[in-house]
Structure formats: structure tokens, C-alpha cells
Design a protein around this ligand. Structure first.
Ligand SMILES: N[C@@H](CCC(=O)N[C@@H](CS)C(=O)NCC(=O)O)C(=O)O
Length: 225
């Protein structure tokens, strides 16, 4: 049995989708960030870093329990354990790793930085935002070009890379019109939103955040220091 600790945030949604894709048995625990449930002693005992997602597999490697707290690590672990979300050919598997790293290290940081700065109440005209906007736009353009030639992020088939890219792209397209207007990204999102695992995972806790208009003041104060 696997315990997955998740929420309605992009990193947590990666784990939710992968959990459903894996077909493995699991129990869901909603960690409501807006109620500070990620700061309770019970949750910090699971993930001392105080972030979502987290996952405990009580039948991990060697039959021992294992807890993971990185969305990319969780998705990758569930793929390896279940044999899902991973193409069969060696070439395509290498490309899945390549694009997963692009998403984790090239695309996510400028997206997250810009998003967090807006949460912190930094004025959109502040030049400090430009560096993140320009970088995020360039990275998304690169992803859009990849999707012009490929049905999915890492190649012809659905994979880990799609799971990692989808939730943040939905949010980016919603918050940033220039991202929402990218035609190939839009085509790929329109197709994936019909996938049953994705539709279900994205609906979990849909009545809780995030949203620029719903961020608690305590968070924006913390982000401002
Ligand atoms: N690198 C981590 C990041 C996890 C993360 O920052 N999660 C956010 C929600 S998307 C969170 O829990 N934030 C609460 C906080 O930092 O207090 C991952 O990929 O899972």
C-alpha cells in the first residue's frame, strides 16, 4: 500500500496523476496548504521539508518502507515500480530523461520564480520580473516547438515527461496569456485533459488553491520576508 500526500498544486498534481497512472493501490491524504496542514507535526514527521507532495511506499525496495518528497522522484519511482509512463525503446527512454530534466531544471525555475514574485505582490512592471518572464517565455517556446513535431513531450508516446509538464503548463497557460497562446502546447493540453487519470487527478481538491487571488496574506508576508 502507498500513502500519497497531495494537494491542488502543480508539484502535488504530478504525484496524483502518476499515482493513478501506476494502477498501484494507494490512500490519498489531502494536505491543505491554505490551512497550513503542511506545517503540522504529523505531516512534518512524513516530510520534514514541509512541502507537498510526499509519498510513502510501505513495500519499497527490499520490502522496506520508503518515503519520497520530490515530485520528480515520486513520478519516476511510480513509473519504475509499475512499468507505466515509460516507453519501451532505449532511445525514447533516454529522451524521457532528457525532457524530464529540461522540465525540472530549465522550465520550472523561471515559471515558479515569476509566479511566486507575483504572489509576493511585486508589481508586474518591476524590471526584476523581466528576467524570469523572458526566460520562461523562451523555455515554453522550446517546449512548444518540440510539441509541433511530437505528439507528446518526449516523443510519440505518453510518458513521465507529460506527467511532469502538464500541471504547471495548465497553470502557466491560465496565468500568462503568451503561454496560453502557444498553439502546440494548447493542442497537447487539450488532448491530455481528456485522459481519464489526468482529468481525475486535476479534479482532486479543486475547491482549494492555488490562485493569485486566493493566496493567504501569511504567505505573501513570508515571501516578502
Ligand atoms: N521540489 C519539490 C517542490 C515542492 C514544493 O515546493 N511544493 C509546494 C507546493 S507546489 C509547497 O508545498 N509549498 C509549501 C511551502 O513551501 O511552504 C517538488 O518538486 O516536489
Amino acid at each position: 500500500m502507498i500513502d500519497v500526500y497531495t494537494a491542488n498544486t502543480t508539484n502535488a498534481q504530478r504525484a496524483s496523476i502518476a499515482m493513478l497512472e501506476s494502477g498501484l493501490a494507494f490512500t490519498t491524504h489531502h494536505i491543505d496548504l491554505y490551512q497550513s496542514q503542511h506545517r503540522t507535526p504529523e505531516y512534518l514527521a512524513v516530510n520534514p521539508n514541509g512541502t507537498v507532495p510526499a509519498m510513502t511506499d510501505h513495500d519499497g525496495p527490499g520490502g522496506k518502507p520508503i518515503t519520497l518528497t520530490q515530485s520528480v522522484g515520486i513520478v519516476w519511482y511510480l513509473a519504475e515500480k509499475s512499468g507505466c509512463m515509460m516507453p519501451e525503446s532505449d532511445y525514447e527512454r533516454v529522451m524521457v530523461r532528457e525532457w524530464s530534466l529540461f522540465l525540472a531544471t530549465d522550465l520550472y525555475p523561471p515559471f515558479a520564480a515569476q509566479y511566486y514574485l507575483q504572489w509576493a505582490g511585486i508589481d508586474a512592471s518591476d524590471p526584476s520580473l523581466d528576467v524570469f518572464t523572458v526566460t520562461m517565455n523562451a523555455r515554453y517556446k522550446h517546449l512548444d516547438e518540440q510539441l509541433a513535431d511530437h505528439a507528446h513531450v518526449a516523443g510519440p508516446g505518453f510518458s513521465i515527461a507529460d506527467v511532469l509538464a502538464y500541471p504547471m503548463s495548465v497553470l502557466a497557460a491560465r496565468e500568462f496569456p503568451q503561454i496560453g497562446a502557444l498553439p502546440n502546447l494548447r493542442r497537447w493540453m487539450d488532448e491530455l485533459c481528456e485522459r481519464p487519470t489526468i482529468a481525475e487527478a486535476m479534479s482532486w481538491f479543486a475547491d482549494s488553491g492555488p490562485g493569485l487571488d486566493k493566496v493567504p496574506e501569511a504567505w505573501t508576508k513570508r515571501l516578502k520576508g
